[in-house]
Design a binder for this molecule. Sequence first.
Ligand code: HBI
Ligand code: FE
Length: 294
Amino acid sequence: MRMTEDTHVLEKPPEGAGADWTIPQDWNAYTPEDHETWDILFKRQLAQLPGRASQAFLDGIDVLKLSKPGIPDFEELSENLMRETGWQVIAVPGLVPDDVFFDHLANRRFVAGNFIRRREQLDYLQEPDVFHDVFGHVPMLANPVFADYMEAYGRGGLRALEYDSLDHLARLYWYTVEFGLVEEAGGLRIYGSGIVSSHGESLFSLDDPSPNRIGFDMKRVMRTNYRIDDFQQVYFVIPSFEELLRQTVETDFAPLYRELESASDFAPDDIVEGDRIFTRGTQAYAREQAASPA
Ligand code: HBI
Ligand code: FE
């Protein structure tokens, strides 16, 4: 999740957090209700993901044994993940500063919020909780290619901070890691964590006639604004995780950032020259929302 004015990132690590912002998960402090919240969300999502989530995501759920009831214990989860791809899951109190976030990713540590949403927030909350972070992100980290992509992104983030070009790189994260689709033999599939962890968007992203679905292009994505408060108006489709990793590793970001400095931004619902269009959306949903904001 991207930091904005309306999310609350602290300036320095809160009491009890290390200099790297990590805290103990404190698994024993979860209440029976917390575990039950996880189980409700897990069951609801898993029921609608076959045929929708990418094979890599579904395989990750299996190899990490995430079907075990209750909020996963990060130590046990990290042991399983370490064996697959050398990644770990560590707890943080919420959003952490960009440089801290990227440094963890570059070292194959995924930071996860340790708190879980309240019962009246099952469908939407602003800050990433343990369900979004663990259910949404961690299965993909069991995939060796995607695991390398996330590390490459972390390194890229540290460099983007030097070039003052974080806004452009953050769009890459948004439209891949959070809201990406991938083309598989059976059709389009979800791999973005923001979609797989959302009851509504896991249907909307694939089935609704409203959003555009466009072939992934690194520069195009980096010029595209996004909204954080509703379903996306555009989803970008990668041909494979290998291709996403290849483009990220092979792109020379310094000249790209320089070029982007003077390039205009695209709105989320723009269709532009060169787009490979999978579906041209009606944008009916976005128009309705604009007419009657929630
Ligand atoms: N912190 N806990 C947490 N989770 C994130 O996804 C996150 C963050 N801090 C910064 C950040 N994301 C952004 O820099 C990236 O999304 C680009
Ligand atoms: Fe996320």
